[in-house]
Design a binder for this molecule. Sequence first.
Ligand code: AGP
Length: 646
Amino acid sequence: MCGIVGAASLRNVTPILLEGLKRLEYRGYDSAGIAVALAGQLQRERETGKVAELEAKLARREVKGQLGIAHTRWATHGKPSRYNAHPHMSNASVAVVHNGIIENHESLRSSLQQQGYTFHSETDTEVIAHLFDHHYRQAEAPDAEQRLLSAFRTTLSFLHGAYALGIIHIEHPESLLCARMGSPLVIGEGSEEHFIASDPLALLQVTDRFIYLEEGDHALVTRDACRIYEALGSDPRAEQARQSMPMTTTGQPAGSDPKAVLEWSEVQRPVVRYEHGDQVADKGEYRHFMLKEIHEQPRALKATLEGKVSDEGRLLTSILGPGADALLASVKQVQIVSCGTSYHAGLVARYWLEGLAGLPCAVEIASEFRYRHVVVPEGTLFVTISQSGETADTLAALRFAKTAGYLATLAICNVPGSSLVRESDLRLLTNAGPEIGVASTKAFTTQLAALLWLSVALGRERLGEERVASLMSDLAALPEQVERVLDLEPTIEALAARFASKHHTLFLGRGPHYPVAMEGALKLKEISYIHAEAYAAGELKHGPLALVDDDMPVVTVAPSDELLEKLKSNLQEVRARGGQLINFVCEHAGLEDGEGVHNLLLPKVADEVAPIVYSVPLQLLSYHVALVKGTDVDKPRNLAKSVTVE
Ligand code: AGP
């Protein structure tokens, strides 16, 4: 999704902004741009394609200054093009970068047009530039800074939707305005310089000290200081939740009226040190971040489990937050809400929550959940799962859930300072370290490990000490088991060649391995662009079997569990129609290679942890198929790492 970088410094900020944009490339984008203030002028350059193309352009035309903003755009309103790329300007005096969606942009656009503003793009963002220009011209204030802030606040009051914003004005060559509502934004603190960015990763080359803006905050940032203001008198999160709720019975969409006049008060937000080191620029010995992250899984799984079990095997549930112990004891059911890979993790967890904790569990995609009129059963724990903690639909679902009568909210997340973590009652961090590849890998397996731990924590009375201890030792054995699976990479690489000319693939699994198959299919389609669908193997005869012929690879996930014999019958059905079977199978399953049957043997592992272990070869398969196909593995087309707009 769109990425923002901004800087106010004594040095030339252009190289800082460009490096920041490069570090945001992993988020996905289609164009990039920069605006820098110098000598009473705003200089702007924009380009479609990669940041390197913008950089090449900047090498031909010197753009430098001590204040600037920059942006990578992921098109929502208007196609990818130079004129739709940010920054957007108004009257050559205001430049704006924006992440999010302004929902009332059409009504704002027509009222600004009536006031004489000409639009040069199809974007929703351009209204912000003109709106700001308009209010700046009208603002009356005792001094220049008050005038700037007053125009900014009035502008914000007209915006419905989600935004992270960076704005500069020609008459204020030292001031950088920024705001967040629904899209993440951090301020980076340097020595006599300050920065803003959508993600701390963009600024690690210049600082490791960050201030996370809260929902509804805005700030005036200069090289020497940053002053942050929060809204008083109305809860901006409630406003956001209102906007993201299902349509009212009258079906009224958000209008173009300003929000109720707000009072503002200066506020101190904590400065947080980023402790993961600067891993963004470093693929190490690996060709792609995705491969690096697949191989990091043993270490990531270990880090996820660290601090969650005492030396005596006791589950340290207090890490979830204050009051967690009592709260867990009162949970009667669980509602999980998430998107994409994180949704698949939730689907696997349902088997654990029901089987181990004996709790009814519902799992839903956030974009559906947030628009349903849900009925909340008493004692329901609301769990969100997210790598980034900034996924717009998941966040909106959480905000809605907080008003809907759930027992408590719990975020399972990889990013400690993220909105999801900060806004939930309890948090379970996965500690996988930054994930840069768009295709989620270590985030998924660590989410699964965290969810298994949570299921045991919720079911510990029922399970008894001995069973809890044995499940914890199964979890502790995971890093070594995953290491053994990683050793199979050369065999998996050889299998990948079979997919090079294929257009479709089926993935099959049963029980918790059905969602593992779903995740395998998602991985394959997102990075190799081969159409892949997953089915519960028992569903084959109810339709998908019609697709199977000798040109159809069918990938199955076949651990040695109670459903294996049933799965074997499903495999017979595929072979009888000529389907090419590629089985990821337990070495004790008794399946043999033959014509059209290729078995990749995996170690025998405990049933509960098998979904985690069996996910890894599917990741490697997708990776190597993508290599054969020559796609952009880390930045697949049309996709963004963190989906911060609806
Ligand atoms: C999967 O490889 C994708 N990266 C995507 O499905 C992702 O899991 C989804 O967008 C949710 O992201 P989150 O975990 O950051 O909320």
